[in-house]
Ligand binder design. Structure first.
Ligand code: KG4
Ligand code: ZN
Length: 335
């Protein structure tokens, strides 16, 4: 097979990342510059701060990615870039940089949906087999996506309020944790036990939607009430109980999808896919659906990175998706 190299850019939120991917499935380099430290003191991502950091970092990331992959621009086949969804100012940095490289080296420019990128992080675990279903859980999205065939994405269910990662980050604040709180709560949950009974939004209707705001409110009320009456609650147990509710809701809807669609694979992807409790829970669920293979994004590629954009970009490119230099960022891009 001819060696096809894709240079990929990701800058939708608080990670600046540039990668070089060979034949859509091999990482030659994947440089990730995170801005989390700069956003921590604000308790969340500040869009203007994010844009400025992307501008400062992107050229260095590009140079590092090319050097680490040990390739020249002449060897590249195409340039892929996240053009949405995300923060508009942040997205524009990656889009502008990708255009510069594509224009100056006369390479095709491939527009990539960030969420398709998350799904294709799983491509580095194994080949994707269609039809597939993806459980996409990140800081901004929680959705079930049906992939009838390559490069076709259909949202069959999504959150009606908060995304799963967003709920983690919001209750993390109440527990006095720094942003982002997901990983910290996951670790606390493994030390604690599920002793508080928090609600689970289990829709009985025939849909595949999620809801986490009721759980979030119940959690916040519980902690505030304990503060008022001077009661000390065990933080690890609170984390474990919250996490179990989130996992139960995610598994309940996913099982409904497994029972409703005939699929070969279930793909777990997005920042929250790094959650150990969720990974274990899905292993158990899938042991009861032996006809479906579970494909989890590698732990290191669950968060935002350009390698996944290169993998999704490769597939988009093979399916004829090429943009011209008028490509613009689309902050609310949908599948
Ligand atoms: O996909 P991602 O890196 O960015 C978005 O596109 O949103 O996801 C970030 C989210 C944050 O909300 C973070 O708290 C959450 O993923 N997260 C986790 C874990 N690691 C990251 N949530 C639960 N458990 C984890 N281990
Ligand atoms: Zn993301």
């Amino acid at each position: 097979q001819k060696r096809e190299l894709i240079l990929a850019f990701e800058s939708s939120c608080d990670e600046t990342s540039v990668a070089v991917i060979e034949n859509g499935n091999k990482i030659l380099s994947n440089i990730v510059a995170t801005q989390i430290k700069s956003h921590k003191r604000f308790g969340g991502v500040v869009p203007e701060v994010a844009s400025r950091h992307h501008i400062e970092q992107v050229t260095m990331c590009l140079e590092d990615a090319m050097a680490k992959a040990n390739v020249t621009y002449d060897e590249l086949s195409a340039v892929a870039v996240t053009y949405g969804p995300g923060l508009v100012g942040a997205l524009l940095v990656g889009v502008a940089c990708a255009k510069v490289v594509a224009f100056s080296h006369d390479l095709p420019l491939i527009p990539v949906n960030h969420m398709a990128g998350h799904i294709y992080a799983a491509r580095f675990t194994n080949e994707i087999k269609f039809p597939a279903m993806a459980l996409l859980v990140s800081g901004g999205h929680t959705e079930l996506v049906y992939l009838p065939k390559e490069n076709v994405y259909q949202i069959i269910g999504e959150t009606r309020d908060d995304a799963a990662g967003e709920a983690y980050d919001k209750i993390g604040r109440v527990l006095g944790l720094t942003y982002p709180a997901g990983k910290q709560i996951d670790e606390m949950a493994h030390r604690g036990s599920d002793t508080f009974s928090f609600p689970r939004a289990m829709f009985k209707e025939d849909n595949f939607d999620f809801s986490f705001s009721g759980l979030k409110s119940a959690f916040i009320n519980k902690v505030h009430h304990a503060d008022q009456v001077g009661e000390k609650l065990n933080a690890d147990d609170l984390a474990a109980s919250f996490q179990q509710s989130v996992i139960d809701v995610l598994l309940h809807r996913t099982e409904h999808a497994l029972n409703s669609f005939s699929i070969k694979q279930l793909i777990l992807a997005g920042g929250v896919a790094a959650n150990q409790g969720l990974r274990d829970g899905l292993d158990q669920l899938l042991s009861r659906h032996s006809d479906v293979e579970l494909l989890k994004a590698p732990l290191k590629l669950c968060g935002d990175n350009a390698a996944m954009i290169g993998a999704a970009g490769y597939v988009a490119w093979k399916n004829g998706e090429v943009a011209d230099l008028a490509l613009n960022a689309d902050p609310s891009l949908e599948f």
